[in-house]
Design a protein around this ligand. Structure first.
Ligand code: TYM
Length: 340
């Protein structure tokens, strides 16, 4: 049986290589396996931290164009904007009844993001993972392609689904599985390889944006932090975060095993060869994406049309789940008994 695949991504014009390797390439691969494969640009999640309302729609268009440029095909997947499908927010509320406050308080991302807020720690930031659970559970998805940083949110959403089924009716919701890739699930910052590559937490020079020009990409890799092993050791290991990261990026972009890259580099003179090879491979990978992005991004109405069509398909699925959830919880009028 083909799985229902669902994933979500934040709207920003600054998607980076971690998003691409950890998640976006998996979305593209999921299109032909998923029945359906559903991808959501989560504008409601973006409102949980300080943001500029005048820019949010532009950022959604940026992300839509990036995803299409990377190979998502609206004929083979459902691509939509979260705020277009009101079932997400309704289900979020209904799921709060089976979510423990203590669980939300313990989430690492809540702790990190709340300490970064200057003015207001919104209740939305605390409820963020419940909305994320609603995103997935509304579609009764089996698989959720994500990077390593979403593991904790996935565990929580499984707990929520299990608790819901136990309390209100077995089989109402599907308990989803994460799909974290074996290589590239945690792409690291090139300057601070002990941290993940990230739009908010990382360093500018250590973050490779998908829309960086080729010279910038090559420069960022050239200056990547490695280590002072002498002679240089071109192998993955826990105490060689920088080198390991470069080997894994190269392997992921080329679609080969990291051990293959290590064998290939065995005769290399130093880390310079590795850095140049990764820089070239990433530039080659991203060049066609960047070309397509520029064409797609210029046509805002066409992007809106794609999102609107996706929202129509998404809503039809989510509405059916919501009807069952309301019925199980005794919320609203009773559903008419099945006819026939
Ligand atoms: P977001 O937009 O931060 O990230 C999108 C995807 O990119 C992955 N990712 C990484 N993978 C590898 N290395 C990295 N350095 C790296 N940084 C980010 C993330 O794991 C993610 O898969 N909360 C989610 C959005 C969301 C969602 C959902 C995801 C909302 N609802 C439902 C799955 C299912 C987020 O902020 O992703």
């Amino acid at each position: 049986m083909s799985p229902v695949i669902f994933s979500g991504i934040q709207p920003t014009g600054r998607k980076h290589l971690g998003n691409y390797i950890g998640a976006i390439t998996q979305y593209v691969a999921g299109q032909d396996r998923g029945d359906p494969a559903i991808y959501c640009i989560v504008d409601l999640h973006a409102t949980t931290v300080a943001y500029d309302p005048a820019e949010l729609r532009d950022r959604v268009h940026d992300t839509t164009a990036v995803l299409l440029a990377a190979g998502l095909d609206p004929e083979r997947c459902i691509l939509f904007r979260q705020g277009d499908v009101a079932e997400h927010t309704e289900l979020c509320w209904l799921l709060t009844s089976v979510t423990a406050l203590g669980e939300l308080n313990r989430m690492h991302q809540f702790r990190e993001k709340s300490s970064a807020q200057r003015e207001l720690i919104s209740a939305g930031l605390l409820l963020y993972p419940v909305l994320q659970a609603a995103d997935v559970l509304a579609y009764r998805a089996h698989e959720v392609p994500v990077g390593e940083d979403q593991r904790e949110h996935l565990e929580l959403m499984r707990n929520i689904a299990e608790r819901f089924n136990g309390r209100f009716g077995e089989g109402t919701l599907v308990v989803p599985e994460h799909r974290i890739p074996p290589v590239g699930a945690r792409v690291r910052d090139l300057q601070e390889p002990e941290r993940k590559m990230s739009t908010t937490g990382g360093s500018e020079q250590g973050t490779v944006y998908l829309l960086d020009d080729p010279a910038t990409i090559r420069r960022k890799f050239k200056r990547a932090v490695t280590d002072s092993d002498d002679p240089p050791v071109l192998r993955r290991s826990d105490d060689k975060a920088g080198v390991t990261n470069l080997i894994e990026i190269l392997a992921a972009v080329r679609g080969v095993a990291p051990s293959f890259v290590e064998a290939e580099l065995a005769g290399a003179r130093g880390y310079g060869d590795l850095k140049a090879a990764v820089g070239d491979a990433v530039v080659d990978e991203l060049a066609p994406l960047q070309d397509r992005y520029r064409q797609l991004r210029a046509q805002e109405q066409a992007l809106e049309d794609v999102l609107a069509a996706g929202a129509g398909k998404a809503r039809a699925i989510a509405a059916a789940t919501l009807a069952d959830v309301r019925e199980a919880m005794g919320v609203g009028p009773p559903q008419p008994p099945p006819t026939g």
